[in-house]
Design a protein around this ligand. Sequence first.
Ligand code: UTP
Length: 223
Amino acid sequence: MIIVSVGGSVINPGEPDKKFLRELSRVFIRVHSKNPLAIVTGGGKPARAYAGAIRELGGSQFLADKAAILATRQNASLLIAALGKNAWPAVPKTFEEAALSASTGKIVVMGGTIPGITTDTDAALLAELLGAGRIVNISNVDGIYTADPRKDSSARKISKMKFQELSGLASKGDSRKPGENFVFDSFACKIIARSGIEAHFIGTSDIEAALLGKKHSGTVVCD
Ligand code: UTP
């Protein structure tokens, strides 16, 4: 079993990216026939828009997170639609529900679960529950860099690193605010480290290679 964490920004940069969703689902269907997949989708721009508006209106962080979770589930629905009959037809709301759905052999696609975390942590917890040995994280940053490549032109990509190094980078960049975080949540780092779940970070190319455990252009995090 492999868990795929798909960043909301690649599925829904503002509007659902239907072309990318179709391409992605073809790759997922091919890989799933050899090595089963379960997928977690992030919230992207809509999640940030709702959470931001709720905070500005005086709503609690809890309420903002609840609204953002709904956006992650809407993104899960997009992928379920693109996967057609290969997907379990509903978005599980809990990990246990996801595990039951995965036992049917269909591709399960879920979004967020509880306030206070992000879908990186959901992906890590789902990997623990399903006994997955690998998480593949697809986002608009094609790997782990020494600094934020969107802000620092001297940042360079790291091809391989240890769990501890990832945790160090993640806790430095963890503001607990949507859209401002490091590429992987610091809770998620702790979970993959405690269970020895290998994590692969890639952009939108090389997805199939990363899923099949072949060499790719992103970053591999292991022990
Ligand atoms: P994401 O996982 O997409 O968060 O969940 P993110 O890392 O902040 O987003 P990007 O990658 O930068 O675009 C979106 C938001 O949904 C809520 C959080 O508010 C999170 O920031 N969320 C998600 C939860 O509260 N619980 C969850 O289990 C998942």
